[in-house]
Design a binder for this molecule. Sequence first.
Ligand SMILES: C[S@@+](CC[C@H](N)C(=O)[O-])C[C@H]1O[C@@H](n2cnc3c(N)ncnc32)[C@H](O)[C@@H]1O
Length: 268
Amino acid sequence: MTEPSNSINKAFSESAFSRAARWARKPSAERTRALAEMLRRLSALPFRFGKASFSKVFLAHHPDSHNFSNAHPEFHVLFKRFRKHNEANNAGDLARLWSLILNLKQIIAEGIEGDFAELGVWRGNTASVLAWFAARSNRRVVLFDTFEGFHERDLKGIDAGQRAYFSDTSVELVKEVIGGECEVCEFVRGHFPESLDSSHSARRYAAVSLDCDLYEPMKAGLRFFYPLMPKGGDLVAPRLFQPCVGRGPYGNRRVLPGNGRIRHPSPR
Ligand SMILES: C[S@@+](CC[C@H](N)C(=O)[O-])C[C@H]1O[C@@H](n2cnc3c(N)ncnc32)[C@H](O)[C@@H]1O
């Protein structure tokens, strides 16, 4: 008579063998689909156990509109540009990328008029997302930066003692990151707000990314752009609550609620 544990082992190995054989006979498209489904289930495991936050990183789902409706086919190209030459920081900052993509698409869908602008471009990772959607909605993108990093003029007050970060860039590098869409971009090189001219105040801005990290240019950016934005426009200031910009009168929640995003009241 066979030992019970032996028969279990035999049944298991037979079924594992026949399952592997069944798997090998499947058409390759079906195998890829099944593999993708297995990976999806595996990646969902941490959520089942309520484990999505680990010290300084967290796991998150892509939006349903991406996972189930494939509504954002541009995501893959934009994710490459968003992290190019900046993998260590941006490859793990999908929340910021999705927030930009979804809000820019909403602005276009609502027909909010105006160009896009960014103050604080560095290597062009977020500018590439603005440029992608500007090119597809007949708009321009105005990109303000020294392209040489923080300017010593701003390193005073609450920013005194900061190092001159972000000097490791150039307009050429930014163009490479943005790709073909740099045709719709205007590069304004120099210290903001001195780099402004009358052509900049003669336009309207549907979306503005204020990402220059320092108190003085953030304040100047808010003062300049906010009055030039139509109702429903979107002003994004992702780093507003970093210590260097989060303490002054323009860096507190009474002025900018939520996650540093101001939406002008919707026209509807
Ligand atoms: C955080 S980086 C921008 C990152 C970029 N938005 C991204 O996410 O890919 C900040 C940039 O602001 C620029 N900047 C800071 N103060 C500025 C000023 N007064 N005028 C022009 N550019 C400034 C710096 O040169 C630097 O490139």
